[in-house]
Write a protein that binds this ligand. Structure first.
Ligand code: COA
Length: 171
């Protein structure tokens, strides 16, 4: 399902998007608070995108490529993972290329994804941030999420255990 906002077009991720995902997946600043470390090998990114597409085909997750409608420029993606239709819930994630930060693009994209989730019958969203990721925390609070938990050493990033904050939203 394609989602349109004032400035953005969100379309399901496809394998051909991998070369556009690589620049930000390999950027240490963008990946500073992501569960996996920056990926240096473009083939590894292509493999990750292929796995994401497969998850979508299996109905386990949704990934939307975010593009600027005016130019078609690829700027990031929004993900809805761990989809659970028994409990009507899913986990939200978002990533935007560094040069596009601070212009409200993530806010605009995530709002559209949340509206789509609500109209699809989901009742509950969670999102997780690494402690210290104030940009994502601010974004989630602005969109109505509340902090519901603090997860000690939740992530293993190349041997480093990281604490996370758990945010939740009920529609
Ligand atoms: C988090 C992220 C998606 C935000 O994207 P973005 O397009 O810059 O977000 P927006 O412009 O819509 O909004 C970000 C908010 O953070 C604010 N912000 C900017 N810099 C900030 C900072 N250093 N500290 C706190 N807040 C900051 C902005 O002012 C804005 O709030 P406002 O609209 O009230 O002014 C982007 O930084 C990113 O891709 N980060 C890396 C990926 C990641 O770790 N994702 C989180 C995992 S779920």
């Amino acid at each position: 399902m394609i989602l349109e906002t004032e400035r953005l077009t969100l379309a399901p991720l496809v394998p051909a998007d991998a070369p556009y995902v690589y620049p930000f997946m390999s950027d240490p600043e963008v990946m500073a608070h992501w569960d996996r470390a920056p990926v240096e090998d473009p083939d590894e990114v292509a493999g990750a995108v292929a796995a994401q597409v497969e998850e979508m085909e299996q109905g386990k997750a949704l990934y939307w490529a975010i593009r600027l409608t005016r130019t078609g420029r690829f700027m990031g993606y929004c993900e809805l993972v761990d989809l659970d239709w028994r409990h009507h819930r899913g986990e939200l994630g978002f990533i935007i290329a560094r040069e596009d930060w601070g212009q409200g693009y993530a806010t605009e994209a995530v709002k559209a994804v949340l509206a789509h989730c609500a109209s699809s019958g989901l009742k509950r969203m969670v999102a997780r941030t690494h402690v210290g990721d104030s940009r994502s925390e601010k974004l989630l609070l602005k969109l109505g999420f509340e902090q519901e938990g603090y997860l000690k050493g939740h992530v293993d990033r190349e041997g480093e255990r990281r604490d996370c904050r758990l945010f939740g939203l009920l529609f």
